[in-house]
Design a protein around this ligand. Structure first.
Ligand SMILES: Cc1cc2nc3c(=O)[nH]c(=O)nc-3n(C[C@H](O)[C@H](O)[C@H](O)COP(=O)(O)OP(=O)(O)OC[C@H]3O[C@@H](n4cnc5c(N)ncnc54)[C@H](O)[C@@H]3O)c2cc1C
Length: 381
């Protein structure tokens, strides 16, 4: 293929930053690489849990996305309003961009409005605006009932809501309130971590039990009222509700015909979409492993997909094609409080079933989690 080329990456999150860096390190400067993001900062979502337990602050944890321009990656801080795969162009509010290769890594949006009453009566766990409210509410809480609820599947980082519950339990131990606070956890799934299988789910159940956090599976939330959470088959009261809201793809994905309302962009291991030279990586996609199990929405997988796609684009541009696809291997931490964490190793495409294993909790795993964040910030920004 003759140069120069233009590669546009939509979204400067986990997947987009991993892809952009891989491309820039391996392609000459006359290949233009552009990231478009409506935010001008990046912070790993996992830091939200550290804001909740009071060990980190948002302002000092986020990094400016402008930093990538120092590496020769262009950054456009605008909202993507249209993707036109036929004319190979992208429209933001003010400009149009043409591409030879497009990587869509726009992640997911939170949709608490899909559960009537949730925004008004509960705290939204993944919402950066509610995270400090959760921190303050639990610090002041002396006694009563905290309810955690996963409102729908799939959601980002399957272990994260359990980590939140365990970290909050740790904070309550610090404030002396743990023995007078009841903690209940509700999920629409029968197991704690369906994608992890029965053994890992049981391991997590036992960790929750050891902290007196009661797990209630098969409870589908339909609405929230003042101090009351309603399920299809019952209800429970609460003093504080901390909920994972439903997720949806950004509107531009549906409006540009990449996915139907309520769905994600369907891809296989290559992350190719139905359009030429257009790839979808990370949370915005749905990659089925079996007819029931999809690759979980996690940063580690967004990163691995971004790198695999980048290597393929590099191969095409350099005429060195050796096709690589995402291998489904990865791992993430299950933080358990007091600077400890377990480690969940995952091989999604293992045969006959995905392989997952939860390695025991240790302070070493917690240090590795801290390093996981720092290494990527250093490499990407
Ligand atoms: C509390 C919590 C803890 C987590 N912990 C872990 C963990 O320990 N390990 C792990 O691997 N994963 C973890 N995750 C999951 C991880 O954060 C996500 O899976 C990951 O961020 C997905 O990467 P992505 O690139 O697909 O999307 P994102 O990182 O969400 O990036 C998407 C980007 O697109 C931008 N964007 C969206 N729409 C538009 C638009 N229309 N125009 C312009 N820009 C737009 C957004 O501003 C955003 O910057 C955690 C998640 C949460 C919520």
């Amino acid at each position: 293929m003759s140069r120069p080329q233009s590669i546009v990456i939509l979204g400067g999150g986990f997947g987009g930053l991993a892809a952009a860096n891989e491309l820039r390190e391996n392609l000459p400067q006359d290949v233009r690489i552009t990231i478009i993001d409506k935010k001008d900062w990046f912070m790993m979502d996992l830091v939200k849990l550290w804001i909740i337990n009071g060990t980190r602050e948002f302002e000092s944890s986020k990094r400016s996305l402008e930093n990538i321009t120092k590496k020769g990656i262009e950054f456009v801080n605008e909202d993507v309003v249209k993707i036109d795969p036929v004319n190979k162009s992208i429209r933001t509010k003010y400009r149009q961009f043409h591409y030879n290769f497009l990587i869509i890594s726009l992640g997911v949006e939170l949709a608490p409005e899909k559960i009537p009453g949730l925004k008004e009566n509960g705290l939204v766990l993944y919402d950066i605006n509610d995270v400090p409210k959760i921190r303050d509410a639990i610090r002041q809480f002396k006694s009563g009932k905290i309810v955690f609820a996963i409102t729908s599947m799939p959601y980002k980082c399957p272990p994260a809501p359990f980590e939140a519950a365990l970290l909050i339990h740790s904070v309550l131990e610090e404030t002396g309130a743990s023995s007078s606070v009841q903690m209940d956890f509700f999920s629409p799934a029968p197991l704690t971590l369906p994608a992890g299988g029965p053994k890992v789910s049981e391991d997590i159940l036992q960790i929750l039990k050891s902290k007196n956090i009661e797990f209630h599976g098969n409870n589908k939330v339909i609405s929230v009222e003042k101090n009351k959470l309603k399920f299809e088959n019952g209800e429970t009261d609460f003093d504080i509700l901390i909920a994972v809201p439903p997720h949806k793809v950004p509107g531009v994905i549906v409006e540009s015909g990449f996915a139907e309302e309520g769905k994600f962009i369907e891809v296989n291991k290559t992350c190719k979409t139905k359009y030429d030279n257009v790839f979808a990586i990370g949370d915005v996609n749905q990659m089925m492993v079996t007819d029931k199990i999809a690759v979980p929405k996690a940063g580690i997988f967004a990163e691995a997909q971004g790198i695999a796609v980048a290597q393929n684009i590099i191969g095409i541009i350099k005429n060195e094609l050796q096709y690589l696809s995402f291998d489904g291997k990865g791992g993430c931490f299950l933080e358990t409080g007091k600077k400890t964490a377990g480690y969940l190793s995952v091989d999604m495409f293992a045969k006959p079933d995905p392989l997952t294993e939860l390695q025991p909790t240790s302070t070493e795993h917690f240090s590795e989690k801290e390093k996981f964040e720092q290494d990527r910030l250093k490499k990407w920004l």
